[in-house]
Design a binder for this molecule. Sequence first.
Ligand SMILES: Cc1cc2nc3c(=O)[nH]c(=O)nc-3n(C[C@H](O)[C@H](O)[C@H](O)COP(=O)(O)OP(=O)(O)OC[C@H]3O[C@@H](n4cnc5c(N)ncnc54)[C@H](O)[C@@H]3O)c2cc1C
Length: 497
Amino acid sequence: MKRREFLKYSAAGITLPFWLQNCDFTDAKYPVHFHSDHHVGHLLFQAKEWKTIGARDTEVAIVGGGIAGLAAAYQLRKKDFQLFELSDQLGGTVSTADFNGIQISQGAHYDLAYPSNYGEEVIQLLNELNLIKYEPWRKAWSFKDEQHIIPSFRKQQCYDFGKRRKDVIPESALKEQFIELMLQFEGEMKMPTRLIDSRLHHLNKISFEEYLSSELPVTDEFIRQVDYHMYDDYGGSANMVSALAGIHYFACRPYYTEDVPLFSPPRGNQYFADALIAKIDTSKIHPSHLVMEIQRAGNGYLLKIVDVQNQQVKELKAEQVIYAGQKHALKYIYPDQADLFKHEYAPWMVVNLIGNQEKGDYGFWQNEYLGDNKQFLGFIDSSVQSQQGLNSNRVFTGYYCLRPSDREYLLTIEESKNRIAQETQGYINSMLNKDIDIEACFIKVMGHAMPIPAPSYLFQDANTSTKAKMIYAGVDNGRLPLLYEALDSGLQAAALV
Ligand SMILES: Cc1cc2nc3c(=O)[nH]c(=O)nc-3n(C[C@H](O)[C@H](O)[C@H](O)COP(=O)(O)OP(=O)(O)OC[C@H]3O[C@@H](n4cnc5c(N)ncnc54)[C@H](O)[C@@H]3O)c2cc1C
């Protein structure tokens, strides 16, 4: 941000995000790379002037190559389909950055074992992909690549205004009451959430904070700690998300009675995307292709697709469309049904700092941060992950969950990238209590990274309210923003073809 603009905003009393609160900083001494697909999204408007080339036909067009779109493509792999992804990479919120030929996670990082009450379709998919195995003694599915399971004593530490402890919510009588409350829902909080019994749907109508306040003698301090967890997985505070979403977070696995294996490959959940892509004919998958317009045409649809690299617009006729892109852009792409989706999205920024792995120096996988900067949630430390392919590098993946009202400032992140890299390094230094040497930094910004599961959001599946051949997939179709939900939404969409 230019000094002039900074002064203008400050004078107007506008609360600026942290990277704009001070315009004096020096450049980082290492390269800071920045990635956002915002400029590609904006081709929606610019490409209207570009040359258009003639129509091809396909049975199914899939919009979006995140986990949901890829799961749909996998399920339709023997059919005639074409998948279009606006980014130059596949994976959406699980995609990675490349550092000297190794993949560094820039988004979703982990999943946990699946109890046997989870939906069978995703289990079957992961089993077909040869990724999971059944463990009868715990009545759950765990991961075959055991080298990526994080040792439980290295799972997490929390840093709260400088004080270190194990958990975000410390032991107390109130926590015991809270656990007792959550235990009532064990076995009921299924995944995918569409399997949750309708007798519990009333919990989707009120906020988590409202629910907790009616059941427990909660304190502001307790809610602050719960808020941290809600931002971390859902992008909103306990008064922004539904009670059902909140309860699901704490009770969807037997966290209080068993040690639930946590699985985190160094490249994060791109691991799952790669397993899907490996089984799909990649000539049917088109990265750097933005679907900019969809129109009804006869019994099917006519799609206008921007070929970003060749600066052309291609037309495609499809009998059916699976729309697995974020739905906020429907108002430009397919305005007829934009009104089906009215929810809010949380923007996220992921800052990867690449340092050196010193022999014998191991940290904690998750480092949860509660402090003055509420947007910074902490970092993942690769030192406890399998180092295969990481050579001597130690990767710190810092997470910032931004407020929807900060979205307009995302455009200023690129010019503040040095400041953001240094700020993140400062947080990590203070949490590790030492200065880390950094070789490179990668910043990724996602403007509509995850739908916030506000009251009444869950279970609003647009596929039940439309009889047209437009089928919706993706976590922002009334699901929680989780890998399992994204996989299931893709499979369900494919089943409607
Ligand atoms: C920072 C972060 C960390 C997370 N961590 C975890 C985690 O550890 N574990 C977990 O279970 N979940 C996690 N999640 C949530 C999880 O990653 C997502 O909910 C899930 O991967 C979403 O998949 P999706 O396919 O529904 O959407 P997305 O990943 O958002 O994919 C949508 C895709 O559609 C593309 N697209 C959109 N419009 C168009 C268009 N017009 N034309 C072409 N392409 C288009 C987009 O570029 C994008 O690639 C995390 C999310 C974030 C943001």
